[in-house]
Design a protein around this ligand. Structure first.
Ligand SMILES: Cc1ncc(CN)c(N)n1
Length: 219
């Protein structure tokens, strides 16, 4: 390889799809101030459902890390992730109240169900740590890159959506994603060709689910 980690190589190789996930029209509509607020409210409610499923997935990655990684620092990074999810759930509840989204009566839409089902498959014991951490990194990185664009100086993001964009677009979350990428790269460096191809497939799968999730939110 040319000094780049595996993850960066895959980002380049699947650039078109990566951009579809991180520069989706829904995100760009927030960035240029033209967002349809009913789509935003749909996204908010559906993402709350997703994040509730993302918590056990994060826990499963921690368990895999305990069993299969000698690096104590992986645990530190992953624990910081799970503790911020507690905050995230409270944040969703407050936002839902502000936007008059009724969380208790929400029904998960098909793309969300499919994505949550995919997370369940990744939680299975047979799934290698390298595959799970690659998918985990990709899920977080897509949100980080997407929302960070809405905070650029040229963005015209409406004031009332800045807090949402800061949740995933802030520099601290960016550093967290870099740490996850380093863990994934280290694991993939020593992976068998079978695990490597499964991890690449997981990366592509996450991108496709993210695009479907944005499409669902846009209606
Ligand atoms: C669909 C989706 N993808 C990623 C994230 C960031 N954890 C999220 N909240 N929702």
């Amino acid at each position: 390889m040319d000094g780049k980690g595996t993850v960066a190589t895959w980002k380049d190789k699947h650039r078109r799809m990566y951009d579809q996930a991180t520069r989706h029209p829904f995100i760009m509509s927030i960035r240029d101030g033209a967002v349809d607020y009913s789509a935003f409210k749909r996204w908010l409610g559906q993402d709350y459902i997703f994040v509730r499923q993302f918590i056990p997935f994060t826990a499963s990655v921690i368990i895999k890390s305990c069993k299969h990684s000698d690096e104590e620092s992986d645990m530190q990074v992953l624990l910081s992730g799970i503790s911020s999810l507690n905050d995230e759930i409270s944040w969703f509840k407050t936002q839902a109240q502000n936007w008059d989204v009724h969380l208790h009566s929400l029904v998960p839409l098909q793309a969300n169900l499919n994505y949550c089902r995919y997370l369940e498959r990744l939680m299975e014991q047979e799934v290698d740590y390298s595959v799970a951490i690659t998918a985990f990194w990709a899920i977080e990185a897509v949100y980080q890159e997407s929302f960070a664009q809405c905070l650029e100086s040229s963005a015209r993001t409406p004031m009332e959506l800045i807090e949402t964009c800061q949740r995933w677009g802030n520099a601290g979350f960016g550093d967290y994603c870099v740490s996850l990428q380093r863990i994934a790269d280290r694991c993939l460096e020593n992976a068998s060709s079978d695990v490597l191809s499964k991890a690449e497939e997981a990366f592509i799968c996450v991108l496709q689910h993210e695009v479907n999730f944005w499409n669902m939110s846009s209606g």
